[in-house]
Each structure stands twice: as structure tokens, then as C-alpha cells.
Design a protein around this ligand. Sequence first.
Ligand SMILES: NC(=O)c1ccc[n+]([C@@H]2O[C@H](COP(=O)([O-])OP(=O)(O)OC[C@H]3O[C@@H](n4cnc5c(N)ncnc54)[C@H](OP(=O)(O)O)[C@@H]3O)[C@@H](O)[C@H]2O)c1
Length: 284
Amino acid sequence: MIVVTGATGNVGSALVDQLVAEGVPVRALTRDPARARFPEGAEVARLDPSEPASLAPLFTGATGLFLHLQAVGERGEHTAALLEAARAGGVRHVVVLSSAIIADGADETHPIHVVHAALEGAVREAGLDWTFLRPGAFATNSLQWAPQTRVGDTVRGPFGRYVGNPIHEADIAAVAVRSFLDEGHKGAVHRLSGPEPVSTEESILAIGRALGRELRFVEIPPEEVTPEMFPHVSAAVLPELLKSLGAFVGAEPEITTTVEAVTGRPARTFGEWARDHKDDFRAP
Ligand SMILES: NC(=O)c1ccc[n+]([C@@H]2O[C@H](COP(=O)([O-])OP(=O)(O)OC[C@H]3O[C@@H](n4cnc5c(N)ncnc54)[C@H](OP(=O)(O)O)[C@@H]3O)[C@@H](O)[C@H]2O)c1
């Protein structure tokens, strides 16, 4: 039994689907089981890490835990209790959804670094086997443009020439599946990326192609960015993120072959991601 936190989210829902398809027993955790939709065969349970007494039953019969940052509280205040409950329930292997920001020479004071390093550190210290997934930018970040594509063909945003390495959430999930099921992933750090560099402007054109429309990107200065343009980033972290994106304009993104090495199939392209998500960019 694998317990999946963040199970209604981008990566977690793909992971639940893939584990169920593999015939692996899954317990999907969510704050709101009544609202969540999971495939038949997945167990569902309510996660409220602020109620330590509620944690033990979540891990009964479990051997693996997929650990998402959102599950441990804003300042990681629930990490220890969650890991202790997991261990007591029988969990031996934790696959952590971490971040590529953790790298040699990284700015360890960056808020995104701080929270992921703390999560990895707590898992290392818990005495359980672990695998750290360190993906770069999620392709799903491009959903940030959907409010604009739903109402027109012009997308306004910063850093058109910023080049990222967007990864499909299904590929992160696929690496997590193999990390749980195959030998050789305990103690491994998997740096994950999409298969090719994609600029902001190219990503918007690709979304247009998936929609069968010609989208136009209009670059705006970072000072004009509103939090609504970056809904996947907390308002507190947004200024730091914009600074990082600005600093990376002109830089080569890190492209890894880990998805293919671990799963045996090439990482999905951004164009594939855009086709999979085209309905998200259309008016309902
Ligand atoms: N975006 C990137 O480019 C990027 C890059 C590297 C690493 N990452 C890592 O990946 C994570 C995002 O993964 P994702 O896109 O799969 O997640 P997600 O879809 O944004 O969220 C996953 C689930 O977390 C729960 N959740 C959301 N906000 C919460 C809150 N304030 N408190 C408690 N639970 C909350 C929700 O589930 P319920 O409502 O069902 O409980 C949600 O479905 C980041 O936090 C980061 O750690 C992201």
C-alpha cells in the first residue's frame, strides 16, 4: 500500500492513476474526501496534519509514502508527526516531491530552497529509506496563462525569452511509480526535466497550436506582474521567483535524461502536455 499526499494535485493525481493502473493498492490523502475524485480501487482518506491523533490510521498497512510539501504545513510544522505516524504504520520508503532548486552552489536562503531542503532533511533524519525527486519547472505552471487564453488570443506576461525545462506531471509521477516498485532507487536523487528547452513565448505558441489558434505573446515588465498571473506561487514567494526568472533569462536550462532512464520511455514534450491540457485553456 502506497499513501499519496497531494493526491488531488497535478503530480499526486497522476500518481494515483498510475499506481491503480499498475494494480498497486493506494490510499489517496486529501483535506476534503467528499470533493475529491479518484479512480475506482483507490482508497481515500482525510488528511488533517494539525490533528496528530488522526494520522496513525492513515498509514495502517502502508509500506510507502509519497510526500508532498503541502502535507507538512506552511512552515513544515507537521513533518515530524507525519513521518512518525508513517513509520509507526509500517512505512519504510518515502518518495519526496522536492525541487531542482536544491543543487550544488544554490542560494540556500531562497525561500523555495529553504522549504524543500527542510523537508528532505527531515526525511533523511527519520531513518526511513528515501528517494528525492527534484524536478525543474512543471509544465502545469503554464496553466497560469489560461485565464487569458479563455477570453482572447493575446497573452501578457514577463520574460518571453526565459527558457525553461518544463516537465509533464505524468512523467514525475511515472518516476515516482518506478521509485516505489523497482530496486535501486533507495537513497537516489532524481533530477527531472522535460526533454527540451522551451521559452515562455514558445510555450504560449505551442498552447495556441494545441488549441488550433494563433496566440500572441506580449511581454510586460516584471513590475506589472500581478499575483493572478502566477497562481501556482504564493504571494510571499512571487518577488523572489520573478528575480530568479529574470536572472535566468539568457541561461541554458538543465535538461536531464532521468525520466527515460528510470521509466524506459522518453519524457513527454511540452507540445504533448499542451495537447493533453488544451481544454483547460478554453472557455468552459
Ligand atoms: N511548480 C513547479 O514548477 C515546481 C517545481 C519543482 C518542485 N515543485 C514542487 O511540487 C509542488 C507542487 O506539486 P503539484 O503541482 O502536484 O501540487 P498542487 O497540485 O498545487 O497541490 C497538491 C495538493 O495539495 C493540497 N493543497 C493545496 N494547497 C494546500 C494548502 N495550503 N495546505 C494544505 N494542502 C494544500 C491540495 O489537495 P487537497 O485540497 O485535496 O488537500 C492540492 O491538490 C510544489 O509545492 C513544490 O514542492 C513544483
